[in-house]
Design a protein around this ligand. Structure first.
Ligand SMILES: [Mg+2]
Length: 235
């Protein structure tokens, strides 16, 4: 039955969104003379949404969207020193030490005993490779997929290549929109582990009532949940 487990990385295995929020606070302080926090956040979010198709997900795109927003909000009067600060903030994010979330290592270790475990993440290629290396979890995974977006077709392809197809796979992650809903649409199972902080562009409604959808309090519940699915389906 379930032979393959896909793990999201950011805010599932390690902290991520909290660093974006800290940088956004720094950005707000840098531009406090030009705009209030709420207005600035709205403009930044609009820039990020606009730019996703050009830059993809990750810190580099976020940095460019902050610069673009700073130019807009100041009507092109933003000092070069502020641009330099924004770029420095982006570089600091790309060098920030990895902070594993509770149960992350134990969950991957336990599931890897009887399943193929695959890391499936979006974001900047170099940054995600760095975080995986620093996390110490790299050797536990049978495969690592750093993708430009998480669509049903992407999940179908990954689980076909590294497992026995999406029907025999479960994807676990903090984002309903990226981890859970498209994995279920591909024919698999989706386990949601809410993180608490989520990026506005990752919001989606839970697929309540879908028999292949489950919600977990934390990753410590994952191994038992997978066993429960297997025994409920009598296989
Ligand atoms: Mg995530």
């Amino acid at each position: 039955m379930i032979t393959t487990i896909g793990f999201d990385a950011d805010d599932t295995l390690w902290q991520n969104e909290s660093f974006f929020r800290l940088t956004q606070d720094r950005f707000t302080a840098l531009l406090a003379d030009y705009a209030g926090a709420d207005h600035l956040h709205d403009r930044l979010l609009a820039a990020e949404r606009r730019n996703l198709g050009h830059y993809g997900f990750g810190v580099k795109g976020f940095t460019l969207s902050m610069i673009e927003t700073a130019i807009e909000i100041t009507e092109s009067r933003v000092p070069a020193a502020v641009i330099a600060e924004i770029m420095a903030a982006g570089r600091e994010m790309l060098a920030h030490p990895v902070e594993l979330l509770p149960h992350a290592e134990a969950a991957v270790t336990t599931l890897a005993r009887d399943h193929r475990v695959i890391l499936v993440t979006k974001g900047d290629l170099l940054d995600q490779e760095r975080k995986l290396a620093q996390s110490g979890l790299g050797d536990l995974f049978h495969a690592v997929e750093i993708v430009s977006d998480k669509t049903p077709a992407v999940y179908a392809s990954i689980f076909a290549r590294h497992g026995d197809g999406a029907e025999r796979a479960l994807m676990v992650g903090n984002s309903l929109k990226s981890d859970v809903i498209p994995a279920i649409a591909a024919g698999g199972w989706g386990a949601h582990v809410p993180h608490g902080l989520i990026w506005a562009l990752e919001h989606a409604d839970p697929p309540l009532g879908n028999p292949r959808f489950l919600t977990l309090g934390d990753l410590g519940e994952l191994a038992d949940a997978v066993e429960a699915i297997k025994s409920n389906h009598n296989i």
